[in-house]
Ligand binder design. Sequence first.
Ligand code: PEP
Length: 256
Amino acid sequence: MHVPLIAGNWKMNTTVSEAIELVSGMRRGLDQIAHVDKVICPPFISLAAVRELIKGSSIKLGAQNIYFEEKGAYTGEISPPMLADLCEFVIIGHSERRQYFDETGEIVNKKIQAALRVGLKPILCIGERLEENEAGRTEEVVTEQLGSSLAGIDYLNGLIIAYEPIWAIGTGKAATGEQANETIGLIRRNIAKLYGKRIAQDVRILYGGSVTAANATEFINQPEIDGALVGGASLKANQFLSIVKQAAEIRQLLSG
Ligand code: PEP
């Protein structure tokens, strides 16, 4: 059985002082919850300050993006070694980056390779658009995204997958637990085809898309779902804490 993972994607929200305030409001509560991996992903500019604040706690840190080159004339970009020095996780291929910054499967693949090279754990996001879902193309789309993102990658080394149907992100219209479970099961079967059954069982696959304190249990309770990638609700300390608590309670119930 996996340790569930709850990751908070703060997106382009919070100044450094707001980030400090937000972490200060959840640090103690989060640290008291065992048997759940708790990851917060603030904007780049707050990583160093947040890292100091969570030092010695069980809270882990992630970035929201990465560039694939190691160094050089890439104004404004952040390299893998820069991040490896600061955090453990990095979100890669979020649908907002695919949509607004033209990130293709090829770019996502390069970013994953670059992150793995320096020991960062990618949180790879995949998911279909509303029209693809309505046309019954979910399986085809996530299978293609998975294949292109992981092309040429022999070892997953802690990589996490987040299934995020685009129509559910930031819309308040979450998938149902059953829908998410079904697609995540399909993703796991694809991982088994690519890497074998054992790795497919080991890889943690999260659901993301309008997860809140009110619906978290519905997702985390599903047999294929190993946690959640939380956007909007991770900006409210009490909501995020409640989601992590629900994951801990389910884990305790399942392990008897
Ligand atoms: C996300 O940003 O990955 C996300 C799932 O956002 P929200 O929870 O706000 O839908």
